[in-house]
Design a protein around this ligand. Structure first.
Ligand code: NAD
Length: 308
């Protein structure tokens, strides 16, 4: 019988653990739980029997892989998987997966939470601005981008998106204007929300050249990754465009300079919190359990993120 270990230093909610357990045991597998562990040793011991592992931000490094001779699959309940040593997994032919899309709504809602907080002047009682009738440009039309489009429509915004990997028909169906270039996205939208992954093509790709073509009252919202921003270009934009504001789910490296020189024109979450909702955490946990069952029962590797 396959053993599925849920190893979470920061546990899932109790109800979510019960649901995960049910998915695993209904499929005929053994459920094992390690929560709130205080040392890596505890994790190393717990993985000894595991054929599958569900984790959150827990570190699966080479030592963990070595301590788990039966491990066939590890699933990160969440979007990012930089806490898994993919090479160590691939060398042992262990499938590594994430649970994409499960936290998308949490991130999309945060976009508007931060945005309204900022354009209503952090609720200080002074005169702010509204979203109705304004233009929202979405850079990266994946799980999160699509939900941002839906919510923006609810606010009465006009919505456009740039994503060369997404079919124009899909945007047409969603009532989203298809944009042919990233330059055009920035030049035609007062608000631009970033939903691209951080990779070799996108890192440092949003700099002064793009930002400077934004219309008056320009506002950049970043719940993607700080690495996609060219921070020198960002500082240049703050300096040359007094109308520009920037909100981000996690501060840029030069946040102290921005705070000192451009007070009132930014908001940064103190700690990355885009996916930090009970719903997102629970959804991701349940999805991880289902993916493991599908992997063992049907050989389904749809969400595999490593190659071997
Ligand atoms: P996704 O994979 O569903 O969407 C990403 C989209 O970006 C895809 O449609 C892809 O085609 C598009 N894309 C890739 N390269 C592009 C490029 N060069 N130009 C234009 N479009 C490009 O991912 P998602 O779930 O929507 O998440 C998007 C990003 O948000 C993640 O990669 C992650 O970095 C970030 N994220 C942040 C948090 C948070 O807590 N703030 C949580 C989850 C995800």
């Amino acid at each position: 019988m396959k053993t599925v270990l849920v190893a979470t230093e920061k546990p899932f909610a109790k109800g979510a653990v019960e649901s995960i357990k049910k998915i695993i045991t209904d499929a005929g597998f053994k459920f094992q739980l390690l929560e709130k562990y205080s040392s890596k040793e505890d994790l190393l011991k717990a993985v000894a029997e595991a054929n599958a592992l569900i984790i959150r931000s827990d570190i699966v490094d080479r030592d963990v892989v070595a301590a788990a001779p039966n491990l066939e699959i590890v699933v990160r309940a969440g979007a990012g998987y930089d806490n898994i040593d993919l090479s160590a997994c691939s060398e042992r032919k262990i499938v590594a997966m994430n649970t994409p899309g499960q936290n998308a709504n949490a991130v999309a809602e945060l976009v508007f939470g931060m945005l309204i907080y900022k354009i209503r002047n952090q609720f200080d009682g002074s005169t702010g601005t509204e979203l109705r009738g304004k233009t929202m440009g979405i850079y990266g039309y994946g799980y999160i981008g699509r939900l941002v489009a839906q919510i923006a429509h609810g606010f009465g915004m006009e919505v456009a998106a740039y994503d060369p990997f997404v079919d124009k028909n899909l945007m047409d169906k969603d009532g989203v204007k298809w944009i042919d270039s990233v330059q055009h996205l920035f030049s035609s939208n007062q608000y631009v929300s970033l939903h691209i992954p951080a990779n070799e093509q996108t890192k440092k790709s949003v700099g002064f050249e793009l930002l400077s073509v934004m219309p008056q009252g320009a506002c950049l919202i970043n719940t993607a990754r700080k690495e996609v921003i060219d921070e020198d270009g960002l500082l240049q934009m703050f300096e040359k465009r007094p109308d520009f504001i920037y909100v981000a789910d996690v501060a840029p490296d030069n946040a102290a300079i921005i705070a000192e020189k451009y007070a009132g024109r930014f908001y940064f979450t103190p700690k990355k919190c885009g996916a930090q909702t009970h719903e997102a955490n629970n959804n991701a946990g349940l999805a991880a359990a289902r993916q493991i069952v599908d992997f063992f029962v049907k050989g389904d590797k749809t969400f595999q993120v490593n190659k071997f």
